[in-house]
Design a protein around this ligand. Structure first.
Ligand code: HEC
Ligand code: HEC
Ligand code: HEC
Ligand code: HEC
Ligand code: HEC
Length: 376
């Protein structure tokens, strides 16, 4: 017991010593913390994401200031209040902090964007655990048996846990930031087009925060924990391919690939993002590479290509919604092996140029989601 009291004491002291709250969580949830630290959520700020920085620098400014904070650094209370962006520890280490996500009580629907409503509780966190749903708020307990000789502890000595927020079960907790982001012209520049349906087998959380090996906490041992690095473009991208299927059919002028998307949202909808479908045929020992197909939205204003903040519509939309048929004008022959590779690039070549990031290798890197071979 003294061990726990000591721990609580040091934690209380460190609360005053450091402003970085997530560091406190790290003491008992080190694996989750390390994943979080490498995640896009920790890197969502101007300080940590060069694309975000370039985009904000080009973005027109007005008296409202840095409105991006609402989703990119809501834990920085200062910028949320004033709109004035300053370099500080929160921007660097926890722009979207552990506590921020774990205290989202509900999500308010809005025309330009949704809004997260916080519970305002400092040390009571929501999470999902089906086996504990419906139970009362969990707090630290010690039980003794054998006349006090054996002591067992339960739950967290640092915080309470609330298992009864439906938003953590159906994925709605993500929708305060991920539903839609409208620009000043009321045009949605992040076309996720997500729809949460309670009959869906998977949720935002089961696909993007899958259970991976490693204990969720040090004080007791669990086999797995929810992946906080966020499976997606930057991490576990090849595993995300299992939610996408290719269906190939031949016809008289070539072949068609139907790309079937099992996510409850469109793919590659972030402004200036692009998906790429590469196809090559191995024929009699020779590789024939076909022209790749690009999935993207070309944003426009008055019929001309425009940057996201000016956009009022699209010139072209080739995103994958429920599915997308892509035609290749090449007739397949018996004995051919067709290789299909679907991947994503953070920025379209044009977008990279507009943002002055054409020499940044990260933004043009081809990140593979799925590759599959077909024999004919
Ligand atoms: C002193 C250690 C300690 C600290 C510090 C701590 N936790 Fe915990 N946390 C625990 C323990 C123990 C559990 C209970 C795990 C269980 O038994 O399911 C837990 C559980 C949780 C859960 C629910 C997990 C589940 O499935 O039951 C969440 C969410 C959580 N902690 C978030 C946080 C956050 C956010 C912070 C930092 C603000 C934090 N914790 C700091 C010890 C700690
Ligand atoms: C309503 C919430 C919201 C607001 C407000 C918002 N964003 Fe975002 N932004 C997001 C989300 C969610 C993503 C991730 C989308 C994705 O990956 O599909 C994102 C992604 C981005 C990206 C892509 C980052 C990358 O690494 O590819 C850039 C750049 C960006 N936002 C810039 C901005 C700027 C600049 C502002 C302010 C003018 C802003 N955003 C305001 C929610 C928001
Ligand atoms: C406070 C707002 C906020 C919340 C809540 C939030 N996100 Fe994000 N998310 C963002 C922003 C902003 C980005 C883009 C960061 C960047 O790259 O600049 C992002 C990026 C992502 C990405 C892209 C990953 C990659 O590799 O780049 C995925 C996937 C994602 N979030 C999933 C989720 C899921 C699932 C949830 C719910 C458990 C969630 N997010 C909750 C703001 C949020
Ligand atoms: C983008 C929002 C978001 C952020 C940021 C975030 N979490 Fe979580 N966390 C979640 C969600 C959603 C779940 C529920 C996962 C599930 O259903 O299994 C979760 C689950 C957990 C759990 C329980 C793990 C399990 O396997 O059930 C712990 C412990 C936890 N988080 C701690 C943390 C800590 C510590 C941090 C910061 C280092 C953090 N979280 C940051 C959204 C977030
Ligand atoms: C069935 C699995 C599945 C579900 C459910 C799911 N996603 Fe995805 N998501 C994917 C796949 C596959 C991709 C494409 C790979 C990538 O770009 O990361 C993706 C991509 C993303 C991206 C990056 C898009 C981009 O190009 O910028 C974000 C952000 C995201 N998902 C958020 C969410 C949110 C929020 C939810 C819940 C509404 C959700 N996802 C539900 C599988 C899923």
């Amino acid at each position: 017991m003294t061990r726990f009291l000591l721990l609580i004491l040091t934690l209380t002291l460190s609360l005053f010593a450091i402003s970085n709250e997530s560091k406190i969580c790290q003491k008992c949830h080190p694996t989750i913390y390390n994943e979080y630290y490498a995640s896009s959520h920790r890197k969502a700020s101007v300080l940590n994401n060069p694309i975000h920085k370039a985009y904000w620098e080009k973005h027109p400014k007005d008296e409202k200031g840095y409105t991006c904070a609402k989703c990119h650094s809501p834990s920085d209370k200062q910028v949320m209040k004033t709109g004035i962006l300053k370099n500080n520890d929160i921007q660097k280490h926890e722009p979207i902090s552990c506590v921020y996500c774990h205290t989202i009580k509900e999500v308010d629907q809005g025309k330009m964007s949704n809004t997260n409503i916080s519970s305002g509780k400092v040390k009571e966190f929501y999470t999902a655990d089906k086996s504990k749903k419906g139970s009362k708020t969990a707090h630290f307990e010690t039980k003794s048996s054998w006349f006090g000789l054996v002591k067992t502890v339960q739950n967290s000595p640092y915080h309470k846990i609330n298992y009864n927020n439906e938003n953590y079960y159906n994925g709605n907790v993500c929708m305060g930031c991920h539903s839609h982001t409208n620009n000043e012209h009321n045009f949605d520049i992040v076309m996720l087009d997500a729809l949460i349906n309670k009959n869906d087998k998977n949720t935002c959380i089961s696909c993007h925060m899958p259970q991976v090996p490693g204990s969720k906490v040090t004080l007791s041992e669990t086999k797995t924990h929810a992946y906080h690095g966020i499976a997606g473009i930057h991490h576990m991208n090849q595993e995300m391919g299992k939610y996408i299927d290719f269906n190939v059919t031949q016809n008289s002028s070539g072949f068609t690939v139907n790309v079937i998307n099992h996510a409850n949202h469109a793919l590659f909808g972030q402004a200036l993002r692009q998906g790429v479908l590469k196809a090559s045929i191995l024929r009699e020992g020779k590789e024939i590479t076909l022209e790749p197909f690009i999935f993207t939205r070309i944003l426009a204003h008055d019929g001309k290509e425009a940057m996201p903040w000016n956009a009022t519509g699209t010139l072209k939309d080739t995103l994958i919604y429920a599915h997308k048929e892509v035609m290749f004008k090449k007739i397949l022959q018996k004995g051919d092996t067709l290789t299909l590779t679907l991947g994503v690039q953070l920025l379209t070549p044009k977008g990279a140029k507009e943002l002055g990031l054409e020499n940044d290798k990260e933004v043009s890197k081809f990140r593979i989601l799925k590759t599959q071979k077909f024999k004919f």
